[in-house]
Design a protein around this ligand. Structure first.
Ligand code: GAP
Length: 438
């Protein structure tokens, strides 16, 4: 993990948040490469699950919703973690993460004092709407994007005229006042989710649960996650979220242990039923064939964006011996072997010299390639160092422009993984890269 965190900072993937003010614990900013990586994940997800399906539509709902939403959803009464506090140094911990001693105590991990009694700590992030900080103006940042889909269910149904089964998808930020955030971007208080609420008739829930489990497996394969590092954990009753009748946690072997990456839940009609009761709006669906009116049930596949980024980085990170420019010698290289669609930069254009004629020739190639691919142009340092840099950020192809290029109108294309080099005519370069990157 330390190597990944350091690479992320050094190369501009992820920086500590508010760093010039000494940081803010467990807050992280995505840098120029991190935002490209994260956007690639979100765009691919949207393309696959919204654009390429006829049964899913997207929304983008408000982050701060009417507080009654959270009463109806059960988050105000149930969305809590068990908290224990040290009476001596006042540090707080999640009770379920602290061992119980043989004589039934829990001890402070910092000072060894016996921890106080367990209390429930609500994870909702509170704020006030408007200028006065009064009880009546309390609002909450959403702890999941899901409620937007339930609250907009009727509007979506009426405007799209979708029939069951159909889903509503959303990507966006969620906020939780976690007691113990940590492990880099794994658990933070502000994070992004990609969620689908898939509305079905109750009798079909088992089949659609399996369907979405398969879809999640297919997604993980395309994200480049090794199958043997994934675990599917059926959560027993009593440990599931308050709304769920079946939950499968998809876990991944992170460097700090086996932890939840994504989740799949059967939420029954829990949410629509409660919103119908509390809002007084009829949220029932009318079957167009039978005319029967009923509340749809829901299968919810949910993906954490930041955990996707972290798992993809962990999987892609490789250290290996690579040949140097001097024949017969090798040196260590760090390379991020992202699947090509995921790489933040697809092509690097590297002129062998900064001399004006070569530089302007290479810049012309760059101008042409950026029309289609995310590219970097780099003419500083030795070519060996520039290759290493591109390997470290996972760029699949480096295009080297040399003095011969001015004569033969061709360039050398280097493959990140095999490090093989091929001479390609500039006239064919775009088509060549298009095919390789597809
Ligand atoms: N709507 C259902 C729901 O929110 P969840 O298991 O609480 O379920 C879904 O969260 C996903 O969101 C998790 O599988 C994880 O990927 C991500 N996630 C949850 N809490 C997180 C946190 N504190 N930091 C980063 N990601 C988080």
């Amino acid at each position: 993990m330390e190597k990944i965190v350091s690479l992320c900072k050094r190369r501009g993937f992820i920086f500590p948040g508010s760093e010039i003010y000494g940081g803010l614990a467990n807050s992280w900013d995505y840098g120029p490469l991190g935002v490209e990586l994260k956007n690639n994940i979100k765009q691919e997800w949207w393309k696959r699950f919204v654009h390429q399906r006829t049964d899913v539509v997207g929304i983008d709902s408000a982050l701060i919703m009417n507080p009654k939403v959270w009463e109806a959803s059960g988050h105000l009464s149930n969305f809590s973690d068990p908290l224990v506090e040290c009476p001596k140094d006042h540090q707080r911990f999640r009770a379920d993460q602290i061992e119980i001693t043989d004589n039934g105590f829990q001890l402070c991990p910092s000072c060894g004092e016996i921890l106080g009694p367990e209390k429930q700590f609500n994870l909702m992030f509170k704020t006030f709407i408007g200028p006065s900080e009064e009880q009546a103006n309390i609002a909450y940042f959403r702890p999941e994007t899901a409620q937007g889909m339930f609250v907009d269910f009727k509007n979506v149904l009426e405007t799209t005229r979708k029939r069951l089964p159909f889903g509503i998808a959303q990507i966006g930020k969620s906020f939780r006042n976690e007691i113990t955030p940590g492990n880099f971007i794994f658990r933070t208080r502000e994070f992004e989710q990609m969620e689908i609420e898939y509305f079905i008739a109750e009798k079909d829930w088992k089949a659609y649960f399996e369907h979405w489990l398969d879809e999640m497996k297919r997604w993980l394969k395309d994200l480049g996650i090794a199958e043997e590092k994934l675990h599917y954990d059926d959560i027993p009753e009593g440990e599931r979220a308050h709304y769920s009748q079946r939950t499968v946690d998809i876990e991944y072997d992170f460097p700090f242990g086996k932890k939840e990456l994504y989740g799949l839940a059967y939420r029954t009609d829990f949410d629509l039923k409660n919103h119908m009761e509390k809002s007084g709006e009829d949220l029932r669906y009318t079957d167009p064939e039978s005319g029967e009116e009923f509340l749809p049930h829901v299968i919810e596949p949910t993906w954490g964006v930041d955990r996707s980024v972290l798992a993809a980085l962990v999987e892609a990170y490789h250290e290996e011996e690579a040949p140097t420019a001097e024949k017969g010698e090798t040196e260590a290289r760090v390379v991020l072997k992202f699947p090509k669609w995921l790489a933040p930069v697809k092509v690097a254009i590297l002129p062998l010299s900064k001399k004006e004629n070569l530089s302007s020739f290479a810049k012309e190639i760059h101008r042409d390639l950026v029309q289609e691919f995310v590219c970097e142009y780099d003419e500083t340092q030795s070519i060996g160092k520039r290759y290493r840099r591109q390997d470290e950020i996972g760029t699949p192809y480096c295009v080297t422009v040399d003095f011969e290029s001015l004569e033969d109108k061709a360039v050398t294309v280097r493959d990140r993984d095999t490090m093989q080099q091929e001479r390609i005519a500039i006239a064919e370069l775009k088509a060549y890269l298009r095919e390789k990157l597809s």
